[in-house]
Design a protein around this ligand. Structure first.
Ligand code: NDP
Length: 274
């Protein structure tokens, strides 16, 4: 029987993951099936159980089930434990192994695809939700000089920083508190761009040569990318590369093969503009 994988979410029809994994499988000569599966909002655990019974070997998990997936696991990777959320499940007999590849995908896109080293850089992370949390440990592994987490509600940024206080001293505050600082890398992990909204960022926060990275992606520039360009960021990126790289990392977790990503990313980009 061909190895079976799927992505679970609600909604899920829009998911690009089946096309990405099919392309990875072709490029790396791996025989597998990867489907998109809709789980009822209160039916995630049952959907995963049914999938395992049907022979599913692994699954990706997206909104709104990443925290529930975390709780379902019998074993977690360090990065999933730190993230408090799981986007990649592997089923081995009775074991459910949970991993989180989102942050690794982000860092791989920044360092490999954009050739942007993290070591010694001043990093600003905007947002304190699930995506921000998953990004912190992989970002810190790149040895930045400093990390500042800014969020609309400053208390959430503080709570997040406290969870990493054992490995790195993180500065926190609301957006106004950023004023007077400048950064080499600014990552938007808020969902403001999804709503077409811009962020009230102070002037002067983009250092010379800085990269502004929006985790959101779409056709053309996001509101955050437009603002960053106007305020002097040297390079602006959206999160399509992160999407492809987190998938490649999940593929590696399951298959122990690292698929090539450049052509897949280029095809997805072309599809967005079609
Ligand atoms: P969450 O709902 O967990 O967190 C949302 C965050 O955005 C919170 O920090 C919230 O602040 C902030 N926020 C929401 N609206 C606004 C606004 N209008 N102004 C300022 N701040 C706002 O979302 P996620 O962390 O799961 O996702 C965040 C983004 O990352 C989304 O755009 C998502 O699409 C993207 N993403 C991209 C991935 C990729 O592969 N490219 C993977 C995962 C996520 P507060 O705490 O004050 O409410």
């Amino acid at each position: 029987m061909t190895d079976l994988y799927a992505v679970f979410g609600n909604p899920i029809a829009h998911s690009k993951s089946p096309a990405i994994h099919a392309a990875f499988a072709r490029a790396s000569n791996q025989a597998l099936i990867y489907e998109a599966r809709l789980a009822a909002v209160d039916g995630f655990e049952q959907a995963i159980s049914d999938f395992r019974t049907a022979g599913g070997q692994g699954a990706n998990v997206t909104v709104p089930f990443k925290e529930e997936a975390y709780r379902l696991c019998t074993r977690l990777s360090d990065r999933a434990a730190r993230a408090g959320a799981v986007n990649t499940l592997t089923f081995n007999g009775n074991e459910i192994f949970g991993d989180n590849t989102d942050g690794a995908g982000l860092v791989r896109d920044i360092t490999h695809n954009f050739g942007y080293e993290l070591a010694g850089k001043r990093v600003l992370l905007l947002g304190a939700g699930g995506a921000a949390r998953g990004a912190i440990a992989p970002l810190l592994a790149g040895a930045p000089a400093s990390l500042f987490i800014a969020n609309r509600s400053a208390e959430k940024a503080e709570l997040l920083a406290a969870a990493f206080a054992d490995i790195f001293p993180v500065n926190t505050g609301n957006f106004a508190k950023i004023a007077g600082n400048s950064f080499h890398l600014v990552i938007n992990a808020t969902s403001a761009s999804l709503a077409g909204e811009s962020l009230p960022l102070p002037q002067g926060i983009f250092a010379a040569g800085s990269l502004a990275y929006d985790m959101m992606y779409g056709k053309g520039e996001t509101p955050f990318m437009a603002l960053a360009r106007e305020q002097g960021a040297s390079c602006c990126a959206d999160g399509l590369g992160m999407l492809v790289e987190q998938a490649a990392e999940a593929f590696f977790v399951w298959r122990a093969v690292r698929p090539p990503t450049a052509a897949v990313l280029a095809n997805l980009r072309a599809g967005l503009h079609a």
